[in-house]
Design a protein around this ligand. Structure first.
Ligand code: NAD
Ligand code: MG
Length: 295
């Protein structure tokens, strides 16, 4: 099959976005334009045949792109999300089942340790195994002034973005076989923090440290741990307070590639890091940033 080179500046949506706001966690199905999670475009080639994946945040955005790609590569997939996101999750379930793969919907709040344990047990039993943990869920609320950053938000951002990683990995380790892959989701914010994301950016710095240390701890067990660092990607997170409203129209245009990324542009890396192709890759971070350097 021929594959022509395509200009990355114009390959995906590259105009101003319409102003829009939804209460978090926001429903992707109500965004305009709809994020592209590879629903129509991602083509698999058996790279994850027979694998069993849990994707947190798998209803929308980057997690949805990973979930669709995993199914098209031959994996059975469980997704976690919040109950408010059921409509998005049902769409993902249909897309996974259209590939002839098993789809398991496990809504619930990752800021609750007992739920994280339940999520892992349910994923393992419903999928009849577990060997890919793609930990993509995250919370981001921009606050201009530290004086206005509530302790409630501070705690919840750390619980969802950081503590849940400890809780899910702890619960999963007894089940994960040799060759399993854990993928966390950091951000350019984990390298170069914005002034209005003091809590969120700090969680992403924490994810960097957690992921790299965990990779060294689990290497002797034959389990790899890597992280993906997205730049500005068009997802529900951003239009539900992740950015101030006035930043939405030109979101992503200050990157070298002059546009926001689409979730599907991350799918290949989530697949690569999950698959045996990345057998010599652990303790690494892959940037998908439109050209923003991770430094
Ligand atoms: P998204 O809104 O589609 O995904 C985030 C998901 O997190 C939600 O769908 C929701 O299911 C989940 N979530 C939030 N709070 C939760 C809770 N308490 N319990 C369970 N699930 C919860 O947006 P996205 O941009 O695809 O976000 C995915 C990841 O990518 C996040 O970790 C985010 O920090 C990271 N990221 C995004 C960008 C970006 O520009 N969009 C940039 C860098 C990093
Ligand atoms: Mg969502």
């Amino acid at each position: 099959m021929m594959s022509k080179p395509v200009n990355p500046l114009t390959q995906y949506f590259n105009e101003d976005y319409p102003k829009q706001y939804q209460e978090p966690p926001a429903v992707q199905g109500q965004m305009s334009p709809l994020p592209d999670c590879g629903e129509k475009s991602y083509k698999g080639s058996g790279r994850l045949s027979g694998r069993k994946a849990l994707v947190t945040g798998g209803d929308s955005g980057i997690g949805r792109a990973a979930a669709i790609a995993y199914a098209r590569e031959g994996a059975d997939v469980a997704i976690n999300y919040l109950p408010e996101e059921q409509a998005d999750a049902e769409e993902v379930k249909q897309l996974i089942e259209a590939e002839g793969r098993k789809a398991v919907l496990l809504p619930g709040d990752l800021s609750n340790e007992a739920f994280c344990e339940h999520l892992i047990k349910e994923s393992y039993s419903a999928l009849d195994g577990l060997d890919i943990l793609a930990l993509v869920a995250g919370k981001q609320q921009a606050v201009e002034n530290i004086a206005d950053l509530s302790s409630e938000q501070l705690r919840n951002t750390f619980e969802v973005n950081v503590f849940s990683l400890y809780w899910t990995v702890k619960a999963a380790l007894p089940y994960l076989p040799e060759g399993a892959s854990i993928i966390t989701t950091t951000s350019v914010q984990g390298y170069n923090p914005s002034p209005n994301l003091l809590d969120y950016a700090a969680t992403k710095f924490a994810i960097n440290g957690f992921s790299r240390g965990l990779a060294k701890q689990l290497a002797p067990k034959g389990i790899r741990v890597n992280s993906v660092a997205p730049g500005p990607i068009w997802t529900p997170l951003q239009i539900s307070g992740g950015q101030p409203g006035e930043a939405i129209p030109t979101f992503g245009q200050d990157t070298p590639l002059k546009r926001a990324g689409q979730p599907v542009e991350l799918a290949g890396v989530y697949v690569f890091l999950a698959s045996n192709e990345s057998s010599y890759v652990t303790a690494q971070t892959y940037g998908i940033t439109g050209g923003i350097e991770l430094a």
